[in-house]
Design a protein around this ligand. Structure first.
Ligand code: ADP
Length: 479
């Protein structure tokens, strides 16, 4: 389970404080109890000594007399026990009427040891602190016991414990709130940095994270990330430059080869076999040229350098022109192209949109079996113009409908079909759509084929295309 760091910090804080306060509280209560008991013991020890002296000199009445002087508390008592545990004399609360210590303690006291105990005495029984010592009277060894109720000690300790038990959760609540606040404050710059770093896409690699002027770990993290961004930026730039340079360098020789092959093909002196070889080489060279052109487009798109000459266009016009260009290819493959073009205003660059529409229609023709038809429609849909290419080809399985827009992605089926594809046609369409703030996606057609939709934002809802671009009547036409 992933617990946010803020929560973890707060939990640790609270757990440590709870433990420390609990340990301190327990120590305090125990210490208070033992201190109060020590004070009582001192008092009782002095009292029992004086009572013992009085009894030793003048007997039981003196013992009671001395007791009344030295044991001033209302819950105090004293008694003299003989060696068999019989009460010889008693003073104070009626608990003193029976022996206040056990037989074993009487024996210990008689052996000369001072005995300290906390015993439950009286009825109903209450805790008493008891001190006993031996004394002599007329050659007989007796035990003098003095006792004081521990009620006052217990109630003091109870009060402190209650206060601590109330204060403990309050302290924990206050600590939890302050720890949460502190953790939030400490992590805020990191959250901000995360959001900013998240916003740095591959086309904004020149952006840098703001470095706080605190000179602390957060500032160091920002500097480190910025240095890393710098390295990524120069690596990516180098890669783009390499692709762009290589594509550029390849263009001219490829054009020259194509021209030479075309010239050779015009000659009459070629035998059938040589003509065949030249034709297939020309096909390959054309494919290679298309790849190189595509790579140049992708390299510019990656640098964010697709130059768009944005204006109000009608996708109907663009679709119509692209279809005209591809009609020869369609009839060579015995594909009928049907048009249903409604006005589809969009804000776009006509050349790039023409290339996107051309790629989609070209694919539909390439992947449809002979004798089938391809339908091209355009329409205004809310805030965007839409161009749709519907074919009766093999369709694309749902799992691959996103992947076909990846670079160099060609379905296995397409590789061996001699479609002349390069695997970058659809990725170019996507780059063009994205550069326009639009989208392109594939769906399953009603008849099992594919439906590709290119959606390009219109300038404003219902905006009509301007002048030249509005050459296609708004009414739908089917050719
Ligand atoms: P290619 O140059 O191979 O056509 P694309 O990027 O245009 O490259 O298309 C990628 C892959 O998507 C193709 O290889 C093909 O498998 C699939 N694809 C594209 N258009 C269609 C279509 N209309 N019908 C079926 N599959 C298609």
């Amino acid at each position: 389970m992933r617990v946010p760091i803020r929560l973890r910090m707060t939990a640790w804080h609270v757990a440590v404080l709870a433990l420390v306060v609990a340990a301190l509280g327990a120590f305090l209560v125990l210490r208070l109890h033992s201190n109060l008991l020590a004070v009582t013991d001192d008092r009782l020890r002095a009292a029992v000594d004086q009572i013992a002296l009085g009894y030793h000199k003048e007997g039981a009445p003196e013992a009671r007399d001395v007791s009344s002087t030295v044991l001033s508390g209302r819950a105090s008592a004293s008694q003299v026990l003989d060696s068999s545990g019989r009460v010889v004399s008693s003073y104070g609360v009626h608990a003193a009427a029976s022996p206040m210590i056990e037989a074993a303690d009487i024996r210990r006291a008689l052996s000369g040891v001072r005995v300290y105990r906390t015993n439950e005495l009286g009825r109903p029984s209450r805790p008493y602190r008891v001190v006993a010592r031996e004394t002599t009277r007329g050659g007989r060894r007796d035990v003098v016991v003095a006792a004081d109720s521990t009620g006052a000690i217990d109630s003091s300790v109870r009060q402190v414990r209650t206060l601590l038990l109330i204060g403990w959760p309050v302290a924990i609540l206050i600590t939890a709130a302050s720890a949460w606040w502190l953790a939030t404050r400490a992590l805020r710059p990191i959250s901000r940095m995360t959001e900013e770093a998240d916003g740095i896409a591959v086309d904004r690699l020149s952006d840098r994270l703001p470095v706080p002027a605190t000179g602390d770990e957060v500032a160091r993290l920002a500097e480190t990330l910025n240095r890393m961004l710098g390295r990524v930026e120069s690596g990516v730039e180098e890669q783009h430059r390499l692709v762009a340079d290589a594509s550029h360098e390849l263009r001219s020789p490829l054009a020259a080869i194509r021209a030479e092959i075309e010239v050779s093909l015009r000659g009459d002196d070629l035998n059938q076999a040589a003509r065949g070889v030249l034709l297939s080489t020309l096909e390959e060279v054309e494919r290679l040229s298309a790849s190189v052109d595509g790579l140049l487009v992708l390299a510019s798109a990656d640098r964010g350098a697709l130059e768009l000459d944005l204006r109000c266009v009608d996708l109907a016009t663009i679709a119509g022109e692209a279809v005209e260009r591809l009609r020869a290819l369609a009839s060579a493959r015995e594909i009928e192209i049907k048009l249903a073009l409604d006005a589809a205003p969009a804000q776009g660059d006509p050349d790039w949109l023409d290339q996107a529409a051309g790629n989609l229609i070209d694919n539909a023709i390439k992947f449809s079996p002979p004798g089938r038809s391809v339908v091209v429609t355009t329409e205004a849909d809310g805030r965007e113009g839409r161009l749709r290419v519907i074919d009766e080809g093999p369709g694309i399985p749902p799992a691959e409908r996103e992947r076909v827009f990846d670079r160099f992605y060609r379905r296995d089926q397409a590789r061996g079909r001699g479609t002349g594809g390069t695997g970058i046609g659809l990725s170019i369409v996507r780059e063009i759509a994205l550069a326009h703030g639009g989208r392109v996606w594939a769906e399953e057609g009603a008849g099992g084929g594919s439906v590709f939709t290119l959606a390009i934002p219109a300038e404003e809802l219902g905006a009509s295309p301007s002048g030249d671009e509005a050459g296609v009547p708004a009414a739908g036409r089917v050719a």
